[in-house]
Design a protein around this ligand. Structure first.
Ligand code: GLU
Length: 446
């Protein structure tokens, strides 16, 4: 890091002790900005980078609720409203036991630049709770969501802050939260949350958007390399929302998806993952992935524990969670001839993994570019809500695909312009940063 950026990063470390994931995300951005600060001294003069690393507002609250046995349970809720230079804070809510302030801040920070890259008027934010929905009844999830929203409602709004889903928050949770928001405020304010059901203000394609978008991005990378998805072998990690629809789109474009995973292990299915069965196991039964292998019969095997990245592939789509693909896994992918890694999850590759991949000539697309299709389609949902309209699946998907192509091209053009041809990391970080920084300059010291 250069002499302007290092003290800023030191300040981030000192002001945010113990928040490893937030440090990782800020370091990764700042490491790309060397050519930017050399060319634009005005950013340093206005303390843009220091301000961008400090959330505009951080909200932490108590979430008490009563379980099915009548016991009082206690969780912690978060909403980090990181940057509103481009529009209302926008970003998902994550319900997972690993959630603490450092996770929400890393996600919120990434979201600022991801949202800028979409070209839509949305700022960056993120929230969630250490609540674990796994093994909880629908009634318990509802009571938790209602309690969570009873505090959160006062901080959000269609022009203020617009949450959506993330890990552990899908249509069910968004429904319970939207219901409670509507009840407390006495407003049918559709644009306050995205990821809603189709009959009550949701957008077609929002469910599929993150996974589809990641595959569209991979397709553009392959085009730039003079090839295509057709006939390739793909490995996807995870088996939640992002993974499911990445598998669906990759298969539709002619790839064979030979493996996917969850936290208990992974399945290899050389015939190609049977998506209907996967959805039945994960979405309907909410079961573990070994159930998939059991029901699928001969073509599939379940490997308990282990790394899904041991399965040979041409293209790897990490769609599970942060830091799931480490240096050793990256080396295995390279050895097996993998040429493209596109992040469907947020920061799934460790910095060491990214180094191994890029040094080996693998095209690596960071999440803030490759998985931006989810939030881009959330912005399309907000547009539909604002005009009280609802668009067709095909039209909405064409808007999603155009957006992914545009982000891809913008990353490559920016990387070229700043002397790092082919680097999607440099391109995404620099393009996203400059857009937010210019808006912050224009808006003054606030
Ligand atoms: N949680 C998703 C993300 O990481 C989507 C956020 C949204 O739709 O607001 O981008």
């Amino acid at each position: 890091m250069n002499e302007t950026l290092q003290p800023i990063f030191d300040e981030v470390l000192a002001r945010n002790p113990g928040e490893d994931e937030f440090h990782q995300a800020t370091r990764e951005l700042l490491e790309s900005l060397d050519p930017v600060v050399r060319l634009h001294p005005e950013y340093a003069d206005a303390a843009i980078i220091r301000r961008i690393c400090e959330p505009e507002r951080q909200i932490i609250f108590r979430v008490p609720w009563v379980d099915d046995n009548g016991q009082v349970q206690l969780n912690r809720g978060f909403r980090v409203e990181f940057n509103s230079a481009l529009g209302p804070y926008k970003g998902g809510l994550r319900f997972h036991p690993s959630v603490y302030l450092g996770i929400i801040k890393f996600l919120g920070f990434e979201q600022i630049f991801k949202n800028a890259l979409t070209g839509m008027p949305i700022g960056g934010g993120k929230g969630g709770s250490d609540f674990d929905p796994k093994g909880r009844s629908d009634a318990e999830v509802m009571r938790f969501c209602q309690s969570f929203m009873t505090e959160l409602y006062r901080h959000i709004g269609e022009h203020t802050d617009v949450p959506a889903g993330d890990i552990g928050v899908g249509g069910r949770e968004i429904g319970y939260m939207f219901g409670q928001y509507k009840r407390i405020t006495n407003r049918y304010e559709s644009g306050v949350l995205t990821g809603k059901g189709i009959s009550w203000g949701g957008s077609l394609v929002r469910t599929e958007a993150t996974g589809y978008g990641t595959v569209y991005f991979a397709q553009e990378i392959l085009k730039a390399r003079g090839t295509s998805l057709d006939g390739t072998k793909v490995v996807v990690s995870g088996s939640g929302n992002v993974a499911t629809y990445a598998i669906e789109k990759a298969a539709a474009l002619g790839a064979t998806v030979v493996a996917c995973s969850d936290s208990s292990g992974y399945v290899v299915d050389e015939a190609g993952i049977d998506l209907e069965l996967l959805k039945e196991v994960k979405e309907v039964q909410r079961a573990r992935i070994d159930t998939y292998a059991e029901k699928r019969g001969d073509s599939a095997t379940f490997v308990a524990g282990g790394s899904v990245w041991d399965v040979p592939c041409d293209i790897a789509l990490p769609c599970a969670t942060q830091n799931e693909l480490d240096e050793a896994a990256a080396a295995t992918l390279v050895r097996n001839g993998c040429t493209v890694v596109a992040e469907g999850a947020n920061m799934p590759c460790t910095p060491e993994a990214v180094r191994v991949l890029t040094e080996a000539g693998v095209s690596f697309a960071p999440g803030k570019a490759a998985n931006a299709g989810g939030v881009a389609t959330s912005a399309l949902e907000m547009q539909q809500n604002a005009s009280r309209d609802s668009w067709s699946f095909d039209y909405t998907e064409s808007r999603l695909q155009e957006t992914m192509v545009r982000i891809h091209d913008r990353c490559l053009e920016t990387a070229d312009a700043y002397g790092q041809p082919g680097s999607y990391v440099a391109g995404a970080n620099i393009a996203g940063f400059i857009q937010v920084a210019d808006a912050m300059l224009a808006l003054g010291v606030i």
